[in-house]
Design a protein around this ligand. Sequence first.
Ligand SMILES: [Ca+2]
Length: 572
Amino acid sequence: MKTSRLWLLGAVVTVASLAGCSTQPPATTTLKAATPATLAQCEPLTTAFRHDNTTLDSAATVPAGALKLAGQNVAAHCLVKGAMHKRKGSDGRDYAIAFEMRLPRNWNGRFYYQGNGGLDGAVRPAEGALGGGPLTGALMQGFAVISSDAGHTGAQTPYFGAEPQARLDYGWQAVAKLTPMAKGLIATAYGKGPDRSYIGGCSNGGRHAMVAAARIGDQYDGYLVGAPGYRLPNAAMAQLWGVQQWAPLATPGATVKHPLAPNVNIADLGSALTAAERQTVAGALLDKCDALDGLRDGMVQATQACQAAFDIRRDVAACGTAGRNGACLTPAQKDVLATAFAGATTRSGRALYSAFPMDAGIAGANWAQWKFVNALALDPLSVGTVFSSPPTPVDAMKEDLDARLALLSATTATYRESGISLMSPPGHESAAGMAALQARGARMVLYHGVSDAIFSAEDTRQWMLRLDQALGGKGADFARYFPVPGMNHCSAGPAADQFDLLTPLVQWVEQGVAPNAVTASVRGAGNPGGANAELPAGWSASRTRPLCAWPTVARYNGSGDVEKASSFSCKP
Ligand SMILES: [Ca+2]
């Protein structure tokens, strides 16, 4: 019975496909698979390679095992260091787009652009970081990898934002300049350019990938988009809103150390919603939502159903006359939290950013770090210096958010592209350009921690909905989105946060196999990528779960080991 049903289904699909072929072009294109090659030269590259506005400072062989990733030896490769567009900035400082490339001796024929996080400003090792909990990365998989500082040095100070060209390089131009150079260097090193090219990263790195898709869509075949801050200036504005809302609820006079300047104290906003209170919210949410996926396991897979089932004001215990004790919230706390999740607005009612999905990862330390520390220590600097035209200091506690929002869309004679424009993918409001990428055979895989406190997984879902509309209901032919329940910003939180979505992306681009489910692991004690200290005590140290392509959800099969991904299926 089962067999004949399957056979019948197969027959129907075949007939439909044939009918489709006769009236319209094939729905999907699969690009030719990359073929391996061996590194032809390393040290001579400093003189053998020539590219406009580019200097190579060094090229040296890194022997096998000299670099280790997640406890494994990285194979022998060539480490090339250099810079593009060395110049004197309008602020008198020296600028350049510094980079390193790591070229494996045994190369898989592919190029990986490693987009880095935060404000860039440092050439992180070109290991091909994949996002999520630490794993080995693209270099270990045989990719030639580039990493850059995106045009300025100083990973933690946004002074560069006042320098117009440095601001543009950070926003999008560094990727556009480095990409053809990197492909040329690969051609010189191996005797052929990359057969297939990929770009990926998390946070600002995910933003780089999404911006590249919109700006230089002919350059990359695959996009690995993690926690994309694709509306980063807007997200930073929502952070300022949070500062102003939480500050009156914080303990008066309480301070914590500034994360970048240990001698500086900043207001302890976290006292407005303590770790115990966040745990209380997570507990109430689990009561309502954990079983919606078929299993009480401390993980809320049915994120969308949970948004309807859970109400902060109704479902979290209210503090009585004795006041706060960690196990309840005051009405004022509930109001701020509910508004933050619904989506912050300015005084005049303009949306600052996005709604956020409610999820058990609110208990994670990284959630609080973003909402209560970075919001006060980092976001005001980025908004004031990098995203505002002209640069204008922010007073986080008192800032007029309506006026500030206008500065993010403004241009001047010196700053000719607005902060929002230079940071965001052009046309993201309609997923513009993605139909052409899809037709060419390019593919995108996205992931996002559902409990990411700085960039919203709901904002990513909304982009997927717009993509689906732009592709006539066939968004899944171009992009697959994998929400990661419980995960905070790019990793951590009570989550299975270790996964490799690059391998399935390559299979999709080069073999036409679209990913529906990818196995993710928790990082328990002894994990080679480093243990996650926030795993709940009741979970196995080797728990696995399927990450399911949205909108499907990992549902328990009703039987089988509750710690194993194989006991779950991705279903609507
Ligand atoms: Ca569950």
